[in-house]
Each structure stands twice: as C-alpha cells, then as structure tokens.
Design a protein around this ligand. Structure first.
Ligand code: ADP
Ligand code: MG
Length: 241
C-alpha cells in the first residue's frame, strides 16, 4: 500500500532523506524510528504529498504520488507532527469542517462522526470547544478527523508525544483496531517502547539513511544483538552507522 523507490530529498546541502526504499503491505503497522533530525518528518511529508522528492518515486495504493497526487492523497489519512486545530470550534464542528473539505456527504458524515467520537472516547465532549480539550483529547480528535474519509493508509508523525499512559494506550488500541480492518499504518516515533509494542515491522533511520528494517527478530539479526530489545538494537545500529 506504500512503496518508496530510491527516494531522496535535499534541502540545499542537507540530505534529509537518502535513497530510501521501503514497502508497507495492507493492514501492516510500520514504525519509523530514529533520533531527532534523522529524516522521519521529511519522509512522512513526502508520503503525504506535502513536499516532492528530489529524486525517486512514491506510490500509495499503487498510485504514483507525482503523476496523480489527488488520487493518491484521497487514500491517505494524514496526521502531521504539529497539527492545526481551530480551537474555537467544537469537536463535532471541527470534524464537520474536515468532512466538508473531503467532500463527505452530510448523512455519511453524521454516521461516521458519531462512530469515531465514541470510538475515540470523545462522545461527551463533542459539543465543547476544542480549547477546553486536554492534549490527549486534541490528539484523538485529530486522528478521528484523519479517518473521516475512510482512508486505506494512515500516515502519522509522532502521535504519542505529550500523551499520558492512558491516552497512549487508547491510541495504540485504535491503531490495532484499524490495522485489523486492513488499514495500513505508517507511524513515526522516537519512543522505542511504543514502536516495539505496536508495530509489525520497524525501520531505523539515521541521518537520512535506512539502517535496517524488519520484525524485531530481523532487526536483532541485522544488529547481531541476539534477542535484545529495540533499545539495544537501535543503539547498536546507530553506533555502527
Ligand atoms: N524545510 C526544511 N528546510 C531545510 N532543512 C530541513 C527542512 N526540513 C527538514 N530539514 C532538515 O532535514 C533533516 C531531517 O529533518 P526531519 O525530517 O524533520 O527529521 P526528524 O523528523 O527525524 O526529526 C534535518 O537535518 C532538518 O534540519
Ligand atoms: Mg520529526
């Protein structure tokens, strides 16, 4: 559902992403980990069609992002690292605003918004203005908004930053539910325990280079770390890079 072929993104002399190739299959949760400045956000913005690669190509659900960006983007639910919310709107009004942007019909919207608000534990808050929401509630609302058009692919940058443990659990459970419904999820994080716990496969990016990817046991093989946890694998890979 997501395929990157040899994708490079330069910003002047900075090579943010260097000849990156990866594939994520339907219903898979792929975690993208790396230190600050590694190239995670740039990769996510490339996948979302927010920026264009310097070279290489990106396909979402088999659609080339450069040739047919509108069709590719319709398949994607996109959650940026610093999302923007109109805080004077209520939760439901915000969802309606986003649904209108996506051209979701009103009747369909009503059903989906009701389901999402309840799934995300926001039912009782639907008619409160967003300003009054906690950080975790805002994050859940943002993810709910990204799901209104029923995307097949969810691309999400650092969703767990600033969330308390209960909110992290709720978001993880939502991702698992979506994956079970065959939604493909690409999630960046610098919280290794979340990646280890949540993701089917993990890619480790460092200074724009994909150092290794795979399941935990494949990563352990690549790093020669036996049966170590992700932290040791990660530190070994980065040290040797
Ligand atoms: N718009 C930009 N202009 C110039 N440099 C950028 C821009 N966006 C990202 N970079 C640089 O690209 C590198 C990767 O950044 P980023 O993708 O944000 O990393 P991460 O999300 O892993 O922390 C960094 O060196 C960053 O400074
Ligand atoms: Mg980032």
């Amino acid at each position: 559902m997501i395929e990157l072929y040899n994708v490079t993104k330069d910003f002047g002399t900075t090579i943010a992403v260097n000849r990156l190739s990866l594939k994520v299959t339907r219903g898979e949760i792929y975690g993208f980990i790396g230190p600050n400045g590694a190239g995670k956000t740039t990769t996510i913005r490339l996948m979302g069609g927010i920026i264009e690669p310097t070279s290489g190509s990106i396909e979402i659900g088999g659609i080339d992002m450069r040739k047919n960006p509108a069709a590719a983007k319709r398949i994607i639910g996109f959650v940026p690292d610093r999302p923007f919310l109109y805080e004077k709107l209520t939760g439901r009004e915000f969802l309606k605003f986003i649904a209108d942007l996506y051209g979701v019909e009103h009747k369909v919207f009503s059903v989906r918004a009701g389901r999402l608000l309840s799934q995300f534990g926001l039912d009782e808050w639907r008619d409160e203005i967003i300003e009054a929401y906690s950080h975790g509630m805002k994050q859940r609302l943002i993810i709910a908004a990204a799901l209104l058009h029923e995307p097949k692919v969810l691309v999400i940058d650092e969703p767990m930053v600033g969330l308390d443990p209960a909110a992290v659990k709720m978001v993880k459970d939502i991702f698992r539910t979506l994956a079970a419904q065959n939604v493909t999820i690409f999630v960046s994080t610098h919280t290794l325990s979340i990646a280890e716990d949540l993701c089917d496969r993990i890619g480790v990016i460092h200074r724009g280079n994909l150092l290794a990817e795979g399941t935990m046991s494949e990563l352990n093989q690549a790093a020669h770390t036996g049966r170590a946890g992700l932290e040791e694998v990660f530190l070994t890979l980065v040290r040797e890079a």
